[in-house]
Design a protein around this ligand. Structure first.
Ligand code: SAH
Length: 292
């Protein structure tokens, strides 16, 4: 049976914005299941090269299989894009013409129950993108004080009922450890007023936990501070984000760096056609910049 891989979001828009040339050296900082990379690899010749980074080892295995069907001039690297400077040094990468970052999680991560990303699938409360790291959602939910849980849910989930949810969680765990995704989703649902339940009440809390477990905003900030140093003159970067906290950071960093020229003043969003074909693209926002 053919496996259906992660469908890349805004793929044509990314390719246009990056203006990929045959001999470009390109770095995909979130190679995931290789959706964007597959297309990019098909556009470069033997003088070009694709480097693909991901902090998720399992994603790299899938990407390797997928990309091997398209070409050979690629290198996959297990690492965190926040460490882009050390990664380029360690791999002796001296020129980077194009960078793509596609934030969020991959289909593989959300679809495997065992990874614990989805409130719709029963699994352990894990949510680590890199399973070699220590902190899991289980630890946060069962050991942080109530006010810290409330703050995480408020800050990273922009959840108006954060305090109510945190209270329910802490009450529940007094008698029983919270072990699974669906168990947590039920607790959240009980803390949620009925009339607000248009989207699943656990949506924002799960987003918040994922951001906290993986230190997503800290990693993005570190990356945004460092990437201009490794991008060649006239090199370009494209970043796709999926919530306003990330988009705000990207917009601000692009603006305040004098060495960057912003390529699209107005953020690029998927067409209704793409959203209906691939609902995961729903909240995607694309921004691009060129190094002067
Ligand atoms: N563009 C890919 C999908 C990427 S999904 C495709 O079309 O197939 C986002 C990926 O980014 C996930 O695999 C996740 O593990 C990875 N990721 C998130 N934060 C990261 C970080 N700080 N460093 C490296 N990879 C990261």
């Amino acid at each position: 049976m053919m496996k259906i891989y992660h469908t890349p979001v805004l793929i044509n828009e990314v390719i246009d914005l990056l203006d990929i040339k045959k001999e470009n050296i390109i770095m995909d900082c979130t190679v995931g299941e290789g959706g964007h990379s597959e297309k990019i690899l098909s556009l470069v010749n033997k003088f070009g090269h694709l480097y693909g980074i991901d902090r998720d080892k399992e994603a790299l295995d899938t990407a390797k299989k997928r990309l091997s069907l398209t070409g050979t001039n690629f290198t996959l690297i297990h690492g965190n894009f926040a460490d882009i400077l050390t990664i380029t040094k360690e791999h002796n990468i001296t020129r980077i013409n194009k960078i793509i970052v596609d934030l969020g999680i991959s289909s593989l991560q959300i679809e495997i129950e065992e990874r614990g990303f989805s409130f719709k699938r029963e699994g352990p409360l894990d949510m680590r993108m890199n399973r070699g790291e220590r902190t899991t959602a289980l630890e946060i939910i069962n050991s942080l004080p109530e006010y810290e849980i409330a703050d995480i849910i408020y800050k990273y989930g922009e959840e108006r009922f954060s305090r109510k949810i945190a209270k329910k969680i802490v009450n529940y765990r007094k008698s029983k450890m919270i072990k699974t995704t669906t168990e947590l989703a039920e607790i959240i649902k009980k803390a949620y007023p009925h009339k607000w339940q248009k989207i699943h009440p656990a949506t924002r809390t799960f987003q918040a936990l994922r951001i906290e477990v993986n230190k997503e905003l800290e990693n993005l900030e570190k990356f945004l501070e460092n990437f201009p140093q490794i991008l060649a003159k006239n090199g370009r970067i494209a970043i796709i984000s999926y919530h306003s906290l990330e988009d705000r950071l990207i917009k601000t960093y692009f603006k305040q760096n004098e060495k960057l020229h912003i390529l699209n003043k107005k953020v690029i969003k998927p067409t209704p056609e793409e959203i209906s074909r691939n609902p995961r693209s729903r909240s995607a926002k694309l921004r691009g910049a060129e190094k002067l």
